[in-house]
Ligand binder design. Structure first.
Ligand code: HEM
Length: 409
């Protein structure tokens, strides 16, 4: 029987700094029961990585067993539109549906298209950094981290960047459903946002069907209308998934990285001296404090994993961020050390659901961070970072910084 661990994800002591709790969780063994969630979890790198790659665990159990078979309660009826939306999402599916959905997105989401975004990201980051320079200080979340990913994903998909604030608002309401302790008000807001976002995506799709352009949306429409076929619902869900995933995690990846670098007090000129140094710094930020901490899988069959029997339909929680601090994989894991040889952190997951957007997220970090620190070399924290109560998302509410001194950019 795995040991049990009690700790509310809403306890401010936990969400301000979950890493001491993760250490205690790892010390309990390969597996433990997180009492507050009520399922078995792992906080160890080897186990989390193995479970993500083990095809006996999956995201979708309802394609092979009914709720009644699994003894699950009926879902809240009001949530039906959101659950129907999720059924079209590659994130929630297993092969062969997952393979088809992901293959079509991958085809449209080429490395060339991602790299082609670099000049626009540089320009945007420079504009934001210059505004901060003029102000002399800023909340780096609102004024720098938040505007970049939404503009980038709108540009890639080909929807107007002026729609960004509305898309962000819907997206916040939708992903809030994944937070610990989501209540009926959160569910209602999630469903309202899902319906509104679907209407928006449908009309954007209809416009591309009439007049295709050189953008990801047109490519997805072509894929929908081509041989492998996305259903109309899958196409709508995919557009929303990319808009949601494309900025929610990236905002906080940038914000968490800024907080880590500013708190460490390291010389930014060394951190971003060249492309290799920048790449190492980005990977270390993602290992040290990633924005998504917990993903779950279901046992797709009865089997034994890490010496414990899992029954079909049983959930396992995989703590990606805890895995990044496992001393068995990363020596002195609580030290932020951008000179360490990049190791395989799990911030983007692993296995068949490994993040489709990882190259884009890496590019955004690798462009935005050096631009800010090169243009504002004396940037420093103006107060303690304010963390959001939004576990399993880890991100900042505010990151106040001040700047004085000459500009080098
Ligand atoms: C630093 C920023 C990001 C982080 C930390 C991140 C993290 C992740 C993780 C951990 C998963 C796997 C979830 C699982 O295994 O259940 C995932 C999947 C995914 N991500 Fe990201 N992501 C980021 C940015 C992005 C961006 C920019 C996009 C799109 C433009 C994106 C699109 C997706 C999609 C579509 C999936 C589902 C893949 C699948 O199910 O096959 N992500 N992401």
């Amino acid at each position: 029987m795995p040991a049990r661990f009690a700790c509310s994800p809403r306890d401010p002591e936990f969400f301000r700094d979950p890493y001491p709790a993760y250490r205690a969780m790892r010390d309990l063994g390969d597996l433990f029961v997180w009492k507050d969630y009520g399922f078995v979890c792992s906080a160890r790198h080897g186990v989390v990585g193995a479970a993500l790659r083990d095809r006996r665990f999956g995201r979708d159990i309802l394609d092979r067993a009914s709720r009644e078979d699994l003894g699950w309660p009926a879902p809240s009826p009001g949530l039906a539109p959101f659950l129907a939306f999720e059924r079209g999402s590659m994130l929630e599916r297993e092969p062969p549906a997952h393979t088809r959905l992901r293959g079509l997105v991958n085809r449209a989401f080429t490395a060339r298209a991602v790299e082609g975004l670099r000049p626009a990201i540089v320009r945007l980051a420079e504009t934001l950094a210059d505004a901060i320079a003029r102000q002399g200080g800023a909340d780096l979340i609102a004024d720098f981290a938040a505007p970049i990913p939404v503009a980038v994903i709108c540009g890639l998909l080909g929807v107007p960047v002026e729609d960004g604030p509305q898309l962000v608002a819907w997206s916040h309401d939708m992903v809030a459903i994944y937070q610990f302790g989501a209540d009926p008000a959160v569910e209602a807001a999630c469903v309202a946002a899902t319906l509104a976002f679907q209407d928006y995506a449908r009309s954007a799709i209809a416009a591309r069907r009439v007049r295709p352009r050189d953008d990801l949306l047109s490519a997805l429409v072509a894929a929908r209308d081509g041989a492998d076929r996305l259903s109309e619902e899958e196409l709508v869900t995919t557009v929303i998934l990319l808009l949601n995933a494309g900025h929610e995690a990236t905002v906080h990846a940038i914000g968490n990285a800024l907080a880590v670098i500013l708190a460490a007090g390291l010389d930014p000129s060394g951190l971003f001296a060249d492309a290799d140094a920048t790449g190492r710094t980005v990977e270390e930020c993602l290992r040290f404090d990633p924005p998504l901490h917990l993903f779950t899988r279901y046992a797709l069959e009865d089997f034994v994993f890490c010496g414990r029997s899992f029954a079909r339909g049983e959930k396992i929680g995989l703590l990606l961020a805890a895995a990044g601090r496992d001393p068995d994989r990363f020596p002195l894991p609580d030290r932020f050390d951008p000179t360490r040889a990049p190791g395989p952190h799990l911030a983007f997951g692993a296995g068949i659901h490994f993040c489709v957007g990882a190259p884009l997220a890496r590019l955004e970090l690798a462009v935005a961070l050096p631009v800010l620190f090169n243009r504002l070399p004396g940037l420093r924290l103006a107060g303690p970072p304010v963390w959001r109560d939004s576990y399993h998302f880890r991100g900042l509410e505010r990151l106040d910084a001040v700047w004085s001194g000459g500009r080098t950019g």
